[in-house]
Design a protein. Structure first.
Length: 341
């Protein structure tokens, strides 16, 4: 959880913000946790800092996130979400980056100059496993890296509480939705998640209404990907654990979830893109607890070694690899088998 040291670090950053232009962003194809955290953080900073210019920017937004934000705007027309389409004509003094902890995950769409790639320009707020940077990294990142939280939204809520800033009803709706989706509808939640959720719900929000707002009928292409992915899966047995492997062209995360529901303890689904491989991994909480398996940590270490981009949680993680390197299927499998042996 956030500590007095964390709050001290954050307060020091706030002292530099007056008269600044800030960009608040998240990872590519932003999910609801990233979008909700960024939108709430924007409100938070304006509540604390005078004479501050902010720009909310997402390089791309996931389909489900876009649909939920549209529905939220209908329910709360005064929310007035202002998300810029481009950073081309924006000269930012600082960047706040949520729901990711690596600059390389976002630098390709920020168009940063060489002198901007220093720790003074960036502040990260993230809940994924964070590996200390190697000596080859351009700088040591500043931020709140708290992987004991189940979502970045929960960190944002704790910041609001510490600074005694009241969350509007629309922002509470948004943050609750971010928490629900990023915890896999509470599958990856912990006790702290439930405490924070209770603070957000109060007596004026019906959680079932938010669940209905989140409900989206899968496109037929997603259904086909799940069916094909489960049909062509390969099974590997390690002791009494079952690993399911599959290949698809898209919806790799959805297929990995489907394999877990089918009965596998671990699922690895490889999607071959134009110039890269994207691999999604899932694991049941039982195997993570009993063996110490942490998929996010495992993929962070592999990503660091092979100049890839990867990470996540103990039971849900992903890695993106340049096609020239290969899919790293055997490398990942070997590391998993070492943990299970």
């Amino acid at each position: 959880m956030l500590t007095s040291i964390d709050f001290k670090i954050f307060k020091e950053v706030l002292t530099f913000l007056p008269h600044n232009t800030i960009v608040i962003t998240s990872h590519e194809l932003v999910d609801l946790d990233g979008a909700a955290s960024a939108i709430a953080l924007n409100f938070f900073l304006h509540s604390l800092v005078n004479d501050l210019t902010t720009h909310l920017y997402f390089s791309s937004i996931s389909k489900n996130t876009k649909i939920f934000l549209e529905r939220l705007n209908v329910k709360f027309p005064n929310l007035a979400l202002k998300i810029v389409d481009s950073l081309k004509n924006i000269e930012a003094d600082r960047y706040f980056i949520v729901d990711t902890n690596k600059l390389k995950n976002i630098s390709q769409f920020l168009n940063l100059s060489a002198d901007q790639k220093t720790e003074n320009y960036f502040f990260f707020i993230d809940h994924h496993y964070y590996e200390e940077p190697s000596s080859s990294e351009p700088f040591t990142a500043q931020g709140l890296f708290k992987d004991e939280y189940s979502s970045t939204c929960e960190i944002i809520v704790d910041l609001f509480q510490e600074f005694k800033i009241e969350l509007t009803k629309s922002l509470r709706y948004l943050l609750i939705a971010g928490i629900i989706t990023d915890t896999g509808y509470f599958k990856y939640a912990n006790n702290s998640t439930i405490h924070i959720l209770a603070k957000l719900l109060k007596n004026d929000i019906d959680i079932q209404e938010i669940r209905l707002m989140l409900k989206i009928e899968p496109h037929i292409s997603e259904k086909i990907a799940k069916i094909k992915g489960t049909q062509r899966n390969e099974m590997i047995k390690v002791n009494d654990w079952l690993i399911g492997l599959s290949h698809v062209s898209s919806f790799e995360a959805k297929v990995a979830n489907a394999l877990i529901r089918l009965g596998f303890d671990i699922a690895m689904v490889i999607a071959e893109k134009t110039d890269q491989f994207r691999i999604s991994l899932r694991a049941k909480q039982k195997i993570c607890r009993e063996t110490g398996l942490h998929l996010g940590k495992l993929l962070e270490e592999i990503a660091s070694k092979y100049n890839a981009s990867g990470g996540g949680h103990d039971g849900a993680a992903a890695i993106t690899i340049d096609k020239k390197v290969g899919s790293l299927r055997e490398v990942i499998l070997t590391q998993i088998e070492k943990v299970l042996a």
